[in-house]
Design a protein around this ligand. Structure first.
Ligand code: IVH
Length: 693
C-alpha cells in the first residue's frame, strides 16, 4: 500500500482513520515479519519509518482508535505502580543439568527405562542453544497478544505485558491460522553489543553498570516504565509452549517450525539430533561457535523430539523428564572478596590484587584476580566481604567483573588505597595524569629490589638459569644478593648455597656455572637488564646502536642531565626516543644508587660493544634460522648477535634461508635445509662467522 496521495491526517474522518490504522498495523506487522523472520525486507528503512510515523500521527489525532496491539505500543507505555500477578496455566519448569557426556548417556538411559524401551532403541532429540537470559511467557487469544509474564517462582509470575510488547521479536498478532489459544514460552535476552552500549551509556551517566547481559535483560524486563524497556532493545527466542487450543505438531521439531511460521524467532542453531553421538557433536559445535554469537549461552538443551513421549515422561520436581541442559564449564562464577592485597612491581607500581574465596571458574580454581589499579576499585566500588563475579577467559588472568548487588555486608566501607608502600613503608605517590601509584623507596624497597633482580636475570636480560622469583626473594632476604653485582659474587659460595633449603651441591654448582656463563653480555641486553622504566628491549637496542659502548653511553647520559646540552639533543634525536623515555633514562643514570650499582657491575661483567658494521658483515641482509643446542651462547643470544650483524632470523627453513645455524641435535630443520641445499653451519663455523673465535 503506497502512502503517496494519502489524505492529510487532519482531513481524515474517524471511519477513514479506523480503516487506515488497521491497514497500517497489518502492513507494519508484515514488514516486521519480512525483516526479522526472513531477513528479506521489501521496503527501505525510510519507507518503514514513514509507515510508523503516519500511524502515530493518525493515532495522535484519534486516541480512541489506538488498538491494544497497535505497533505504536512497542515504544512503551507510562509507568505502572506495580506489576500484576499472573498464574501460569501450567508450571514454568526449570531444567536438570548435565556436565559430562556420561550425564547425557544417563539421561537417555533414564528416558528409555521410563518408556520401557530397549537399551539401544533409537530416541530422537532436538538440540537448542541454552540462552542466558530470562524466561517469559506470551499468551495469545484469537491470534493477539493478551498477556505476557515472567516466570516468577514457576507458578506465579509478574504481568510484564507492556514491556514484552516493546520487543520487536514478540509478535503482537500472529499470522493466519494460529490456534485460538496459544501460550508461547521462550527467553528474553540482550545482545552483547547492546549490553556493551548500555553499560557505556550508564558509565557516562554515572549510573551503575550491569554485571552481565542476563542481569541487564532481567532488569530491563522488570521496568515499571515500559518506555525504558523499549529503549533497551531486548530480543526473544521461542523454545516451548504452555496451553494451546490445538497441537503445534507431533514432534518438538515440528512445533518449533510451526512457531517460526507463526511469526516467532526460533534459534536458527536448533537442530534435530538422531542419537547421543549427534547430541555430543552438537554440543561441541555450539561450544566452538559460542564466542562468535552475539548473545550469551551457557550450554545446550536436549529435548526428546516425540511429543507423545514428552507427555508420558512428564515432570519430576519442577523439571521435565524429557529435557536436560548440557552446560558449558562456567567462565564466570560468584565468590567472596576476602581481601585486597597490594603488590609492588619492579618500577614501584602498586597493583591491587583480589584475594578470593577459592572458586571453580571455567575448569580452574581461582583464588586471586587482578584489580588493575585504584581507579578500577573505586569505579566498581569493591569492598571487603562483597560477593563478586569472577571471570576467566582462556588463559588470561582472572578478573573481577563486578559486585553482586544487594549482597553487601551492612557495615562495609569503601576501600581506601594505601598511600604508603606495603613492602617498605615509603610514601606511594600518584603523579598528575597517572593511573598508577608508585612507591618512592627505590632500591631500599625490598619488593622493587627483588623484582628488579628478577628482571635482571630474566630471559631477555642476563638469562641466568636457576634463579627464579622464589630463589631471589630468599637470597635477598638473607643478604646473599642485594645488588646485581652480588649475583656475580656468588662464585665461591657454593658450599653456603648448597646448605640452603631447596638446594644441594649439584644445584649450587649449576647456579654458579650458569652465572659464570653470563659474564659477557651484549650492550643492548645489558641496558635492558637494568630495568629502567620506559626502556624496554626496543629502546635498549636503539641506545646500544647509537652509543656503541657502555662507557660512551654512560658518559653521554651523564651529560644529558642538562636538557640544554648537545648530549640531550642527541638522545632525543634518536627515532622513537621522546622526552618521556629520555627523562627516565637520564634520571636513572643520575641516581647515585644506580651509578654505584653500575660501577660495581662494570667490574664484574664484560659488556660487548655494539657491532655497528651490520652492512659490511657477511650476515647483513641474510636470512638465518637457528636450531639445536649451542654451547657458547643461548639461542636467544645467538639470535640477538645475528640481528646485530644485520641478519633476519626466521623460525622455519625455506628456500629463502641463507644459512641454518645448527647446534647439537638439530632435528628436522637440518634435514629440511639439506633437502633445499641451504648451507648448514655448525657451532664452530657460526662462531667464526660472527668473529667470536
Ligand atoms: S526449555 C520445560 N530451552 O533455561 C522447558 N529453556 O535452566 C523448560 N533456557 O528456565 C525450558 N534456553 O529460562 C529451554 N532452549 C531452551 C532454553 C531454556 C534457555 C532457560 C530457561 C529455563 C532455564 C532452565
Amino acid at each position: 500500500m503506497s502512502r503517496r496521495g494519502a489524505k492529510a491526517v487532519e482531513s481524515l474522518s474517524a471511519a477513514e482513520a479506523a480503516v487506515e490504522l488497521a491497514h497500517l498495523a497489518a502492513e507494519i506487522a508484515r514488514h516486521d515479519q519480512l525483516y526479522f523472520n526472513r531477513a528479506a525486507p521489501e521496503i527501505s528503512d525510510f519507507a518503514y519509518d514513514a509507515l510508523r510515523q503516519r500511524l502515530n500521527a493518525i493515532e495522535a489525532r484519534f486516541p480512541t482508535l489506538v488498538a491494544a496491539d497497535s505497533p505504536s505500543r512497542r515504544v512503551g507505555a507510562p509507568p505502572v505502580a506495580d506489576f500484576g500477578k499472573v498464574t501460569h496455566s501450567r508450571p514454568m519448569l526449570s531444567l536438570d543439568n548435565a556436565f559430562e557426556p556420561a550425564d547425557v548417556h544417563e539421561f537417555l538411559a533414564r528416558v528409555r527405562r521410563f518408556l520401557g524401551l530397549a537399551a539401544e532403541a533409537p530416541v530422537a532429540l532436538v538440540g537448542e542453544p541454552k540462552i542466558d537470559g530470562v524466561s517469559a511467557v506470551l499468551r495469545y487469544e484469537g491470534g493477539r497478544l493478551v498477556v505476557g509474564a515472567t516466570r516468577g517462582d514457576g507458578s506465579l509470575g509478574e504481568d510484564v505485558t507492556a514491556n514484552l510488547r516493546t520487543i520487536r521479536d514478540v509478535p503482537l498478532a500472529l499470522t493466519q491460522g494460529a490456534p485460538s489459544l496459544l501460550e508461547v514460552r521462550g527467553e528474553v535476552y540482550m545482545t552483547r553489543a547492546d549490553f556493551d552500549a548500555l553499560n557505556a551509556a550508564r558509565d557516562a551517566a554515572g549510573e551503575p553498570r550491569f554485571v552481565n547481559p542476563r542481569n541487564a535483560a532481567a532488569g530491563s524486563l522488570r521496568q515499571l516504565d515500559s518506555r525504558i524497556t523499549a529503549s533497551r532493545r531486548l530480543h526473544f527466542f521461542a523454545y516451548a509452549w504452555g496451553e494451546t487450543a490445538a497441537p503445534l505438531g507431533a514432534s518438538h521439531w515440528q512445533a518449533l517450525e510451526r512457531l517460526r511460521a507463526l511469526g516467532f524467532q526460533v534459534n536458527p542453531l536448533a537442530r534435530p539430533l538422531a542419537d547421543v553421538a549427534a547430541a555430543l557433536a552438537f554440543y561441541a559445535e555450539i561450544q566452538a561457535a559460542r564466542a562468535t554469537l552475539d548473545y550469551e549461552i551457557d550450554g545446550v538443551v536436549y529435548k526428546i523430539d516425540d511429543l507423545a513421549w514428552q507427555e508420558r515422561l512428564g515432570m519430576v520436581s519442577r523439571a521435565p523428564r524429557w529435557a536436560i541442559a548440557h552446560k558449558f564449564p562456567a567462565e564466570q562464577a560468584e565468590t567472596t572478596l576476602e581481601a585486597i592485597s597490594i603488590q609492588v612491581g619492579r618500577t614501584g607500581a602498586l597493583t591491587p590484587v583480589a584475594e578470593l574465596a577459592p572458586v571453580h571458574v571455567g575448569g580452574a580454581m581461582v583464588a586471586r584476580a587482578t584489580l588493575h589499579n585504584e581507579d578500577e576499585i573505586a569505579r566498581k566500588d569493591l569492598r571487603l566481604g562483597d560477593r563478586v563475579i569472577v571471570q576467566r577467559a582462556g588463559d588470561v588472568i582472572p578478573q573481577v567483573v563486578a559486585v553482586v548487588p544487594g549482597a553487601r555486608p551492612k557495615d562495609s566501607l569503601p576501600f581506601v588505597f594505601p598511600d604508603r608502600c606495603p613492602a617498605c613503608g615509603s610514601r606511594a605517590v600518584r603523579e598528575e595524569g597517572e593511573v598508577i601509584r608508585r612507591c618512592t623507596g627505590g632500591l631500599i624497597c625490598p619488593a622493587q629490589a627483588v623484582e628488579r633482580l628478577r628482571h635482571f636475570v630474566g630471559r631477555d636480560a642476563f638469562d641466568v638459569e636457576g634463579l627464579g622469583e622464589k630463589q631471589i626473594a630468599a637470597f635477598w632476604q638473607d643478604g646473599l644478593i642485594r645488588t646485581p653485582g652480588d649475583i656475580f659474587r656468588l662464585a665461591g659460595r657454593e658450599a653456603e648455597i648448597a646448605l640452603r633449603e631447596g638446594w644441594g651441591e649439584q644445584s649450587a654448582a649449576n647456579l654458579v656455572q650458569a652465572v659464570a656463563a653470563r659474564r659477557t653480555i651484549t650492550l643492548e641486553r645489558f641496558i635492558f637488564a637494568l630495568g629502567i622504566r620506559q626502556a624496554g628491549q626496543a629502546t635498549a637496542r636503539l641506545l646500544a646502536r647509537n652509543y656503541g659502548s657502555l662507557a660512551a653511553w654512560r658518559s653521554a647520559m651523564a651529560e644529558a642531565g642538562d636538557p640544554e646540552s648537545p648530549a640531550y639533543q642527541e638522545l632525543t634525536a634518536i627515532e622513537s626516543i621522546g622526552a618521556k623515555v629520555a627523562g627516565e633514562v637520564v634520571a636513572f643514570c643520575a641516581e647515585p644508587h644506580n651509578r654505584a650499582a653500575l660501577d660495581d657491575l662494570a667490574g664484574q661483567v664484560t659488556v660487548q660493544d655494539f657491532v655497528p658494521s651490520a652492512t659490511t658483515s657477511k650476515l647483513a641482509g641474510r636470512t638465518v634460522v637457528i636450531t639445536g643446542t649451542l654451547t657458547a651462547m643461548t639461542r636467544s643470544e645467538a639470535k640477538a648477535r645475528a640481528e646485530a650483524l644485520g641478519a633476519k632470523v626466521a623460525g622455519a627453513v625455506s628456500a629463502r634461508t641463507d644459512y641454518l645455524i645448527a647446534g647439537a641435535d638439530p632435528g628436522a630443520k637440518a634435514t629440511r635445509a639439506r633437502e633445499l641445499g641451504v648451507p648448514v653451519l655448525d657451532e664452530a663455523a657460526w662462531l667464526e662467522l660472527i668473529g667470536a673465535r
